[in-house]
Write a protein that binds this ligand. Sequence first.
Ligand SMILES: [Mg+2]
Length: 166
Amino acid sequence: MEKNKAILHLDLDTFFVSVERKLHPELNNRPVLVGGLGDRGVVAACSYETRRYGVHSGMAMKVARQLCPAATIIKGETTTYSKYSNEVTEIIQNKVPAFEKASIDEFYADLTGMDRFFGTYQFATELRKEIIRESGLPISFGLSRNKVVSKIATPRARPSLIIKSS
Ligand SMILES: [Mg+2]
């Protein structure tokens, strides 16, 4: 077994909401819900502004609207989100050959061995900055010796902090 494994987990912050805000900047700093609009609709993504009202993704849209009536509700387009997801995938792919796309907004990359050239933490920080600059979408990361710990670290790094676990 490799002694100094370095596994990076990258997760786009409130991805669908971030894409909608990139396309419609007037939604910035406003409560936004993305998801099904019908009676059985479910919240696919919600902005941080809605969370203080108890809204979370996976909840019935009907309930979310009651909790946060001021929210702008958007149906969302899978094809649009896939396009931006692919854009981010390409940026990662160009920098790290050993990566895995875990979902539309989540990636793992094996940075093991890179510290010989330029520390893995510095590399991850620069990769994150590049993704934000090129795609215009916020993203957070966790870095540790394994996938599980890195994934746990990532949400704690939000909305824009970074946690390093050794
Ligand atoms: Mg995400």
